[in-house]
Each structure stands twice: as C-alpha cells, then as structure tokens.
Design a protein around this ligand. Structure first.
Ligand code: ATP
Length: 273
C-alpha cells in the first residue's frame, strides 16, 4: 500500500517539475490524433510541418504512430535511429533527431509494431516529449500519434494542451472522434477539430456543431471547447505526391487543399500556447 502511494506521489512530483521546465522553453507542443485510422493524419502532419517551417519556424516531428510509423516515408529519408534508441538508452536525444531535406524540419522517427506494454505506466514517452521540449531548439514540436485510443496514444494526449483531431465525415470516423471528445472533456480545456476529405469549410463547420450539440445533450463538461479549425478537400494531387514521397504543399502551392491548410496554419499560429 505504502509503495503504491509513494510511487504515485513521485509521479506527481515528476509531472510538476516537468511543467516548470516546459514554461522555460520556447517549444510549443501540438499533438495530432484521430480516432479512426487511415483518415490522413500522417499526410496532414507532414504538410503542416512544411507550411509552418516555410514561415521560418523550426519544427520537430515525433512519429509516435507505433501501428504504422511512416513519417520517414513521407519525408523521404532513412533515419539511422528511432526515438526508441533513446528510450533504450543507446543514443542521446540529439542522436535520434534527424534533419530532413526540408529546411527547418527535423524528424524523430518511430518504429512500427512496438509493444507499448513494455513501458506502460512508466511515463517514458512523456519524458521523451519533455526532453525534446527542454532542448529549447524548436519553435514547435508536432507529435503524430497512432489512431485509436489505446494507452500509448492516451499517454501522448495526457501531456498536450494543443490537441488536433483529424477526422473525415465518415460515420465511423465521427463515432470515434466523439469518443475522443468524451475522454478529453474530463480533464482538458479544448480540442481542435479538422476535417479531411471534406469539400468545403461549411460542411465541416456544420458537422462540428452537431458534435458540440451532442456533447451538450449528453451533458459532457460544459467548460470543454471543441474548436473547428478548418477542412481539407480530397485532392488527387495529395495521393499522387504521397506515393512519390513528396509533400503536396510544396509541389502544389495553388491547390485548394494547400490553401485550406494555410488557413489551418493561420488559426494555429494565433491559438496555440
Ligand atoms: N485530402 C486527401 N485527398 C486525397 N488523398 C488523401 C488526402 N488525405 C490523405 N490522403 C491519402 O490517404 C492515404 C492515407 O493517408 P495517411 O497515411 O496520411 O493516413 P493516416 O491517418 O496517417 O493513416 P494511419 O492511421 O494508417 O497511420 C494516403 O495515401 C494519402 O496520400
């Protein structure tokens, strides 16, 4: 009994010291998640990294998708190490940060098929995020979580105050995103919601409002905010550039979807903390 109380107490102490360290760093943390898999989360993350970097910001991307770590494919690099080499104590945090061929974008590559249970409840992933922030090298750290709401994803969500959920208008994706809203409403202030494969801004806004109304009807925490931050249309250029290991926001500056993502960036730069 004493053991479990003292270990809980030490976790709380760790969390408190982490918060203090965060405040001293310029690095802002944005976590990108999705209830359902395959909604375009990794493509979205890589392209917002590019647009943010184009505005002169130094960006680190942490590929925390253990289902399918494919950020290195999107950035077309072969990193020597993954951030698990840091966790395993074989490499320093700087060793596992790879510069991509895109100016101002660094990647901490992930590893597919990792067993979270090896580290569950150890807060080791929280520490990785905190250690990157403590370097004070980056303006923004983007964490791309896997899909779903497993313990691994929950650990990454637990340390972020700027969370973006990417969804489509597909009913099963909306059901999953509502589960995410329900979970986050317990101890977070807000969730930023973005719609992929969604033709225009208005459609996303209408569906976001329906989710907010459902949350009200089900009496979820009234102080919790769901903020609609924009939409990205379906574009053949996105799938083509993805296959060619290129970023559509770099190749197709005038594509509607690039312009829509620029609007999302404008929103983020005004609203993240
Ligand atoms: N708006 C879009 N228009 C056209 N194709 C898109 C769009 N968004 C994503 N795609 C394509 O959809 C596929 C899935 O995207 P992606 O791998 O980014 O999804 P994901 O949510 O990260 O998947 P997973 O959950 O499996 O990691 C890719 O081929 C990508 O190019």
């Amino acid at each position: 009994m004493f053991n479990s109380i003292s270990s809980q107490a030490s976790k709380l102490i760790n969390l408190t010291t982490r918060r203090k360290r965060n405040v001293d760093s310029k690095t802002k943390l944005i976590t990108i998640t999705s209830g359902k898999g395959g909604v375009g989360k990794s493509t979205f993350t890589a392209n917002i990294a590019f647009l943010l970097a184009q505005r002169g910001l130094k960006i680190a991307v942490l590929d925390a998708d253990i289902g399918l770590a494919n950020m290195q494919v999107l950035f077309d690099i072969k990193p020597k190490y993954t951030f698990f080499d840091y966790i395993d104590g074989n490499k320093s945090i700087n060793d596992v940060i790879s510069q991509t061929s895109y100016e101002n974008i660094s990647l901490l590559a992930g590893k597919s098929g990792y067993q979270y249970s090896n580290h569950s409840n150890s807060f080791v992933f929280t520490r990785v995020v905190e250690d990157i922030i403590s370097l004070n090298k980056f303006d923004i750290l983007l964490v791309d979580t896997g899909a779903g709401l497993n313990d691994f994803v929950k650990e990454f969500l637990s340390i972020s105050d700027n969370i973006i959920a990417l969804t489509t208008t597909d009913p099963s994706a909306l059901t999953d995103v509502y589960s995410l809203i329900k979970m986050l409403s317990i101890d977070k202030d807000k969730l930023m919601l973005c719609f992929n494969h969604t033709k225009n801004y208005k459609i996303g806004e209408t569906i976001a409002n329906s989710l907010v109304n459902l949350a009200k009807k089900n009496r979820l925490n009234q102080d919790f905010m769901v903020e609609y931050i924009g939409n990205v249309s379906t574009s053949a250029n996105i799938s083509t550039t993805g296959r060619l290991r290129k970023l559509f926001t770099k190749e197709f500056l005038d594509d509607d979807s690039t312009k829509q993502l620029q609007d999302v960036i404008n929103y983020l730069l005004k609203n993240i903390y």
